[in-house]
Design a protein around this ligand. Structure first.
Ligand code: ATP
Length: 267
């Protein structure tokens, strides 16, 4: 209701409970951005600086956006997601919106998680400017981040990249993205957890999550989602052919998995 309606503030309903695996990562996020908000005096007593952002990197589809959104839900904060198209629009001048407006909008919705997807588009190193707006924009972004660090005001900054080596070193100074977290492809335990979440509320029977997890080595969360979608589609076809809907089984899911290519192998 306040300010620029073209910068939507989400109120995510998902929390860390909706993120499979990633226990260490959740703990890092709690220590770095959730607890400091709840216990600023404790952090001060130990001389632990508050603020700064977290840069997540890793293969696509492994839950960076999902984790950022769940972080906002976890603390009932707002969520503003800035994607590559928003950034390109800014550079090309197609958009009224600029970086300052985005930070300002998030600041007015505190507590708020401000998430930059594919931040390399913004933060490409000065020697690799092909996809970047250039030095001026980099400096503007850094100035905004420094402002956030100085005021420690409930604005939490997360960013994601598939190409951390493109991110300018100036972004990684203290108070900026001073914590860099690798979001790996989910291991078997995490895949079982993700499958459980993806199948919640769907008609299933005797699902052996561990067995499906074993047969989906190299699959990202997004790949697993594709597997579930494919299994659902084949059940729908069967139901329409036979006139009886049947629940999904382990076998339905493993045969769907055999048709989906694991996307994290080459990363
Ligand atoms: P990209 O780099 O392509 O933006 P990403 O790492 O941000 O990828 P997400 O968009 O967060 O990946 O994940 C894709 C989808 O996979 C999510 O919408 C979610 O449904 C599912 N997913 C991924 N990881 C998990 C997880 N750990 N727990 C539950 N669901 C997950």
């Amino acid at each position: 209701s306040d300010g620029d309606p073209s910068i939507p503030i989400e109120r995510p309903k998902i929390t860390f409970a909706d993120v499979g695996g990633m226990d260490t990562l959740k703990d890092e996020i709690r220590m770095k951005i959730i607890h400091p908000l709840a216990h600023p005096e404790l952090y001060k007593a130990y001389g632990k600086t508050i603020g700064g952002g977290i840069l997540m990197y890793g293969p696509p589809g492994c839950g960076k956006t999902h984790l950022a959104r769940a972080t906002a839900g976890e603390i009932k904060a707002g969520f503003v997601s800035v994607g590559i198209n928003d950034v390109l629009d800014m550079w090309i001048g197609n958009s009224e919106r600029n970086l300052h407006e985005i930070f300002d909008r998030a600041r007015r919705s505190r507590p708020c998680v401000l998430f930059f997807d594919e931040v390399d588009a913004l933060a490409a190193s000065r020697t690799d400017m092909r996809h970047s707006g250039g030095r001026h924009q980099i400096n503007q972004f850094l100035a905004e981040m420094d402002g956030v660090a100085a005021s420690n005001d409930g604005l939490l900054i997360l960013a994601a990249t598939n190409a951390p080596w493109h991110v300018d070193p100036a972004f990684r100074r203290p108070g900026r993205f001073d914590r860099i977290l690798f979001i790996p492809p989910p291991d078997a335990t995490a895949r079982a957890g993700i499958l459980q979440l993806l199948l919640t509320g769907k008609p299933v029977q005797d699902i052996d999550h561990d067995q499906i997890a074993k047969k989906t080595d190299g699959f990202s969360g997004a790949d697993l989602k594709a597997v579930v979608d494919m299994a659902i589609e084949s059940k729908l076809r069967e139901a329409m052919r036979d006139g009886i809907p049947k629940p999904m089984t382990t076998r339905d899911l493993t045969s769907a998995a055999a048709q989906v290519r694991p996307s994290t192998r080459e990363w």
